[in-house]
Ligand binder design. Structure first.
Ligand code: SAM
Length: 312
């Protein structure tokens, strides 16, 4: 029913469907082939509520990854609409996982992410084909790779938030970057395209609102054409700055005259186009990472590349 999924450095795969009707699922978390965590999800019914009944792991990072992965699987592969936290779920996971608390303070409720429509196969293939065919898209990717190589070529590791179908890391490799790469995305369909395109690279489920990584785990965090599709930039920017040890490079759509959100329909699905003001982005960066050196490059009059060098 569920294929194994990579979450950070762990693989989550079904161990058993314990109830005969398949409404309960035990997921095992494997690191280098060794079972290091288990998660039990109960009461699974398409479109309804399920519960993370138990989570066990010897190490806190395994616990965190396994729980986070189970949350993603419940929402994406099992199509559960609401997930309730069992009593054993650690409070910091509830906080970190980016989901709102329920009224009694115990629940994980799926936020209404009506804007997140990157999981439909047809939409994703259509968008990927457009990215490959568009000369503008090629030019922007090449410019971003050049900026990365000029400022971060010697950095040993990078994560990409919202890695899509892998075209960004492909252009970094073509530019000669040899560091360790980890791509994160919330779309299984995008990740599937990326994994098929670049089987040698590391891609995993990862939410810009709660990245499955430690503070400063990567030398650089990059994020292109993602913030402009989210309804707010504060939390994702905080996560990008948290993941990056030294530097963050990202794009924002800027419109000082008319900041705000408009909508676009692609194959019957709604996507957000979100514009910020330069002042908003600057203020947010200084709030999140005081003393950072910020450089801005305009790719078009409204598409800005930000290069944030964190204070030592
Ligand atoms: C416009 S695409 C950009 C892809 C890639 N960065 C590039 O430039 O080719 C936006 C990507 O962000 C992903 N995304 C949307 N919301 C996200 C979130 N909350 N966390 C992580 N990725 C997200 C989408 O699934 C999609 O792959």
């Amino acid at each position: 029913m569920i294929k194994e999924q990579r979450v950070g450095n762990m693989w989550l795969r079904p161990i058993s469907h314990m109830a005969s009707d398949g409404r309960e699922l035990m997921l095992g978390g494997y690191d280098a082939g060794v079972l290091v965590a288990t998660v039990q999800v109960d009461g699974i019914a398409r479109g309804a509520e399920a519960r993370i009944a138990s989570v066990e792991a010897a190490r806190p990072d395994h616990l965190r990854l396994a729980t986070w992965g189970a949350i993603q699987i419940a929402f994406s592969a099992l199509d559960v609409k609401r997930l309730v936290a069992g009593a054993s779920l650690p409070r910091d996971l509830v906080r970190d996982s980016g989901f709102a608390r329920g009224a009694n303070g115990e629940e994980l409720c799926r936020p209404n992410r009506w804007w997140e429509n990157w999981t439909t196969h047809d939409v994703v293939s259509q968008i990927d084909q457009y990215w490959l065919a568009s000369s503008e898209e090629k030019l922007w990717r090449a410019q971003r790779a050049q900026v990365f190589m000029e400022r971060a070529a010697k950095m040993g590791s990078a994560c990409e938030v919202g890695c899509g179908s892998g075209l960004v890391v492909q252009s970094l490799r073509e530019s000669g970057w040899t560091g360790a790469y980890q791509g994160f995305d919330t779309s299984y369909q995008m990740l599937a395209l990326a994994m098929a395109r670049l089987p040698q690279e590391r891609f995993a489920l990862g939410d810009a609102f709660a990245l499955p990584c430690e503070d400063g785990e990567f030398d650089v965090a990059i994020c292109f054409e993602v913030l402009c599709h989210l309804p707010e930039i504060s939390r994702p920017l905080a996560e990008i700055c948290r993941a990056a040890r030294h530097m963050a490079i990202f794009t924002v759509w800027v419109n000082d005259a008319a900041a705000g959100v408009t909508r676009e329909e692609v194959a019957g699905k709604t996507f957000i186009h979100a514009n910020s003001t330069l002042a908003q982005v600057d203020a947010e960066i200084q709030r999140l990472s005081p003393g950072s050196h910020v450089e801005r490059i305009a790719q078009t009059s409204q598409k800005y590349l930000f290069i944030v060098q964190k204070a030592p």
